[in-house]
Design a protein around this ligand. Structure first.
Ligand code: DX5
Ligand code: ZN
Length: 221
């Protein structure tokens, strides 16, 4: 199982994103949190910003849409050249149609779940997906504490993914740091969003590398 670190730029200097992204070249992807003040009580940026970021880095873009009406807006991010587009299943009327559309447009299709949304009702959708994102905080803000109560859901999702086969990534997002990443690896996650842990570090790229090394060491033998 490969380990991927995808730093969230939510806690970076948003007025100087080109430099901020240049500080984390060891990242596997760059996690971009799009919020609309409807699906979550916070507002960040949308497609024009992502289009500019697309032109300013060759690192793969990992778009996390925390927006209502995902079916309407998500395909635009795939068209903009994002390698991965994540929609919240709670915000999609037709997740299968949307996932197929994202793949048709050349992006990986990814489905996110809020902490209170169980994975089991969506087990049959796995063949349509390239990644499942499990929120490990309530979505909306960086810098929150990891919710340990999510560990059983990570384990159950890993079991479903293993039973399905294939290579679907399991991403966790919220409160991931050197203190919490081991538990997530052991529960079965392989793709780690880290916002404040990376951008509050003195050397953000060293933190990206340290998290990756630590996660790889925590993998079951
Ligand atoms: C929160 C966002 C996260 C956030 C993570 O709703 O989806 O990606 O930026 O930040 P940390 O790592 O600080 O919890
Ligand atoms: Zn996120």
């Amino acid at each position: 199982m490969g380990i991927r670190i995808t730093p969230s730029i939510l806690n970076a200097d948003l007025a100087d994103l080109r430099s901020e992204i240049a500080r984390i070249p060891s990242s596997d992807l760059i996690h971009l949190d799009v919020m609309d003040n409807r699906f979550v009580p916070n507002l960040t940026f949308g497609l024009p910003m992502v289009e500019c970021i697309r032109k300013s880095t060759t690192l793969p873009l990992d778009i996390h849409l925390m927006i209502a009406e995902a079916d309407r807006w998500a395909p635009g991010y795939a068209e903009a050249g994002a390698e991965s587009v994540t929609f919240h299943v709670e915000a999609s009327d037709a997740p299968v149609r949307l996932a197929r559309e994202l793949r048709r447009l050349g992006s990986r299709a990814s489905m996110a779940l809020r902490p209170a949304t169980p994975i089991e009702p969506y087990a049959d959708l796995l063949p349509e997906l390239d990644m499942v994102l499990l929120m490990t905080v309530e979505p909306g803000f960086g810098g929150q504490s990891f919710l340990d109560v999510m560990l059983p859901k990570i384990r159950r999702t890993r079991a479903l993914l293993d039973a399905h086969g294939g290579d679907i990534w399991l991403q966790v997002d919220g409160g991931i740091s050197e203190e919490t990443i081991d538990r997530c690896v052991q529960a079965g996650a392989d793709t780690f969003v880290a916002g404040s842990a990376v951008f509050r570090a003195d050397d953000p790229d060293a933190m990206v590398r340290a998290l990756k090394t630590q996660a790889e060491a925590a993998l079951p033998a």
